[in-house]
Ligand binder design. Structure first.
Ligand code: CA
Length: 221
């Protein structure tokens, strides 16, 4: 689940990126409006967090141009200017939601989930394998109807396995899903996460084939 973050305040951007990655999202960060508009054309993003006050092109211009280009990527606007006119202008130009700085990270994560859930009605369906159910957009896993709490790593591994239910996923694929090419230092994290996922979802939910990889049973969408 990849997010695009457009924010020129490096301290805030770094904090946000870390907080979102901890919650299981992959985050690409750009620092100006032009880069944001360009990157938003990639179809691998699920949503964009867009600061209003960006260099080169403002966040309001970015979202207006995106909508002109029929780009429907959900946009959560960040604004430091707490004036009703700004808010209305942002939403008029096509933003889906907005938050005023400074904001609470948990609140931002909740807004983001609801944005993604709205989008998931059109984009992504629930993944089911046996009695395990995964809502990729809402980032919720259930076993036998009961919510199972997962770490960001566990979520990404489970999602990768369930997206390819019925087929083996190699350990390298899981490492890529976890670190998206950045920090691949601790590949034993995969074993640890598989172990904890089995504890949470049942021992035989994830099958291992030595030297090949891991697999869950075929998923129904
Ligand atoms: Ca700014």
């Amino acid at each position: 689940m990849r997010l695009l973050l457009a924010e020129d305040d490096r301290v805030l951007a770094t904090t946000l990126k870390k907080a979102l990655e901890k919650r299981g999202y992959g985050v690409d960060w750009v620092e100006d409006g032009e880069a944001a508009l360009y990157s938003a054309k990639e179809d691998s993003y699920m949503a964009m967090i867009l600061d209003v006050g960006l260099p080169v092109m403002s966040g309001l211009e970015v979202v207006a141009k995106m909508r002109q280009q029929k780009n429907s990527l959900p946009v959560l606007m960040l604004t430091a200017r707490d004036t009703p006119i700004q808010k209305v202008e942002g939403l008029d130009k096509g933003a889906d939601d907005y938050m005023i700085k400074p904001f609470d990270l948990d609140e931002l994560a909740a807004r983001l989930r609801s944005l993604l859930r709205r989008r998931s009605g059109r984009m992504e369906t629930l993944l089911r394998s046996g009695d395990v159910e995964l809502d990729p957009a809402g980032m919720i896993a259930k076993k036998g109807g009961a919510t199972v709490s997962l770490t960001g790593k566990e979520f990404r591994i489970l999602r990768t396995l369930m997206e390819r239910g019925g087929r083996y996923v190699t350990k390298d694929d899981l490492v890529c899903a976890l670190y998206s090419g950045e920090d691949m230092s601790e590949s034993n994290t995969i074993e640890v996460s598989i172990y904890t996922l089995r504890k949470k979802l049942g021992n035989d939910f994830i099958h291992t084939i030595r030297g090949v990889g891991y697999m869950v049973k075929e998923t129904e969408g």
